[in-house]
Design a protein around this ligand. Structure first.
Ligand SMILES: C[S@@+](CC[C@H](N)C(=O)[O-])C[C@H]1O[C@@H](n2cnc3c(N)ncnc32)[C@H](O)[C@@H]1O
Length: 275
């Protein structure tokens, strides 16, 4: 496990997943021909996708698996609220994957990059599949955009500089993982190395145009707050001042009030079938 405090991120993870909700629906529609009996969501976090899996495949037994019990408690509450049946299981990756029962569909969203040896993680995820079962992981895609390039104040192009700081932090996160192994992140090739067939990747757009709903607006606020706090040493003083202004609830140009806020992103899902 990394030194990320996942439990502290529970609310942000759930909000982000709710904002990203449409892509999981579209990604699961690609699998509507399947009739899985058992489904695992590996690294489910607060269970947003796990509940979508349970709704999409009501005949299946769906288990949300994560290393953070507080997130699984949240997943259980969510399932109860939405009226879907969800099991939960605590497991630390990669070792804990060996204890899980086999499944016909294994979903894992934005988790493999948190494991030191990503190729080994894919081998272990593939080993969880029954013959004919499908592995679907979410990795890559495009960074989200939510504000105009020129905000009307500050130095234009803040989003690109936030992307650069995010990429640096991501590199540091990967370098610090136990047993980290550099690998070309060619997901189709990595899938093929595990023996999966019918390997394909598909990218889904998440497009919430302005005017943004309050929940999506709040997700953006929480994300910017985290970046303001986490990137204090990576960003130039003028960009930190811009973020402070964006986060000032009284400022009409801040994210709580401005009418041009939107959310645009893309997520890539990689699919493969176990022969
Ligand atoms: C970025 S979140 C993704 C949550 C969810 N799948 C989604 O797409 O919104 C990563 C999740 O993986 C879990 N996780 C990360 N590393 C882990 C590890 N080594 N063992 C177990 N769980 C881990 C975290 O607790 C967190 O819930």
């Amino acid at each position: 496990m990394t030194d990320i405090d996942w439990a502290a991120m529970a609310d942000l993870l759930e909000r982000e997943a709710e904002t990203n909700f449409p892509y999981v629906e579209q990604a699961l529609a690609e699998l509507s021909h399947l009739t899985p009996q058992r489904i695992l969501d590996i690294g489910s976090g607060p269970g947003v996708a796990a509940c979508q899996l349970a709704a999409a495949f009501p005949q299946a037994e769906v288990t949300a698996v994560d290393g953070t019990p507080e997130l699984l408690d949240r997943a259980e509450l969510r399932a109860k609220r939405l009226g879907v049946t969800l099991r939960t299981q605590v497991a630390e990756f990669p070792a804990g994957l060996a204890d899980l029962d086999r499944a016909d569909l294994v979903w894992s969203g934005q988790v493999v990059h948190h494991v030191g040896d990503q190729q080994d993680a894919l081998h272990r995820l593939t080993a969880l599949l029954n013959p004919g079962g499908v592995l679907a992981i979410v990795e890559g895609g495009l960074p989200a955009r939510c504000l105009p390039r020129d905000l009307g104040f500050g130095r234009p192009g803040l989003a690109a500089r936030l992307d650069a700081a995010t990429a640096d932090r991501f590199n540091r996160m990967r370098a610090d993982l136990p047993g980290t192994v550099p690998v070309v992140e060619d997901w189709k090739a990595l899938f093929a190395n595990t023996g999966l067939t019918e390997v394909r990747s598909k990218t889904f757009l998440i497009d919430h145009p302005s005017p943004l709903s309050e929940p999506h607006r709040h997700t953006i606020r929480r994300t910017l707050e985290r970046q303001r706090h986490g990137f204090a040493e990576d960003l130039a003083p003028d960009d930190l001042a811009t973020l402070d202004r964006l986060l000032d609830p009284k400022d009409p140009a801040g994210v709580d009030q401005r009418q041009d806020l939107f959310f645009l992103s893309a997520k890539t899902v990689h699919y493969g079938t176990k022969p």
